[in-house]
Write a protein that binds this ligand. Sequence first.
Ligand SMILES: Cc1cc2nc3c(=O)[nH]c(=O)nc-3n(C[C@H](O)[C@H](O)[C@H](O)COP(=O)(O)OP(=O)(O)OC[C@H]3O[C@@H](n4cnc5c(N)ncnc54)[C@H](O)[C@@H]3O)c2cc1C
Length: 316
Amino acid sequence: MKQTNISEAVLRAAGRIEQITGPDRALRQEPMSKHTSFRIGGPAEMFVIANTEEELAEVLRICCEEQAEHILIGNGSNFLVSDEGYPGIMIRLGDGFDQVKMIEGTDTEVRAGAARLLSGVSSFLTERGLAGFEFASGIPGSIGGAVFMNAGAYGGEMKDVVASVRLMRPDGSEIIEMSGEEMGFSYRHSIVEESGLIVLSAALKLTKDDPAGIAARVADLQSRRNSKQPVNYPSAGSTFKRPVGGYAAALIDEAGLKGYTVGGAMVSEKHAGFVINAGGATCEDVLAVMRHVREEVYRNSGIMLEPEVRLINCEL
Ligand SMILES: Cc1cc2nc3c(=O)[nH]c(=O)nc-3n(C[C@H](O)[C@H](O)[C@H](O)COP(=O)(O)OP(=O)(O)OC[C@H]3O[C@@H](n4cnc5c(N)ncnc54)[C@H](O)[C@@H]3O)c2cc1C
């Protein structure tokens, strides 16, 4: 297990951040199990909610000046945080980033804030008869996390709908706009990963369609999800990325690993691609399942699975 070492830099940064946001939005020792869909994870030294771009810029500037470890969290639906917690500043975007509205002068483009959940964006678009985002309606993430990951499902991905993205430099010094092409979208990846840029909002380009037809497609995808995925258990969705030349779930199933359990973590019986928290799972339980799955799949197929879930302060 990785040892948590709260550096002086983090403590100094935390003290300065608290002065800006007040203690109500700068929580000390905040359990990450409260903020992740896995319901797993020890405390972050500080969990700060930045409500405006100015506040976010200030928080980032402080973290950089103090050289304090920090990371953005969206809706926490692709996070596996160590049982020891996160020895740094976990930054979440608040109310000022939770809007979605039509872009003036267009009738098919909207701007959605990074904190807005995909389900909320989907409802907004369905009501207005704007199609193309149905694929994302059941993904339990935020716009920020979805752009970061180029989230996708059922043949669609963010790449298909993102016209441009508003981003903040990692040190809070500047806001820039990048086109969809400049975002370097590929399978579950965007330029955000290696650049450390922060997604503030995304402009989405849709097409006009009948609201009832869009609603029917959203409902159909939701029922397909409910019937195939272990939606009643905490998880982080697909644990592993789709490898070249195969599907992780099929490889795991073929290796006979459905139901494989360590402590409270289990390879779902319903969908082998999901490791679920079947009750009281620790991060170590999940990692133990993931390690075993990787070894067995490699032995069985010669394919080494790579995690899709973001590992925070822990490793395989
Ligand atoms: C039941 C279930 C089903 C799922 N199904 C799918 C699916 O069909 N397809 C799919 O692609 N995924 C799926 N997922 C995984 C997950 O929902 C997506 O990856 C989603 O895009 C993550 O968004 P988030 O806001 O929760 O991001 P988080 O998990 O909070 O963060 C993910 C990454 O994005 C970064 N990040 C978050 N916000 C920002 C920001 N504003 N700026 C810069 N970086 C940021 C974080 O630092 C982190 O590295 C599923 C998860 C669950 C639990």
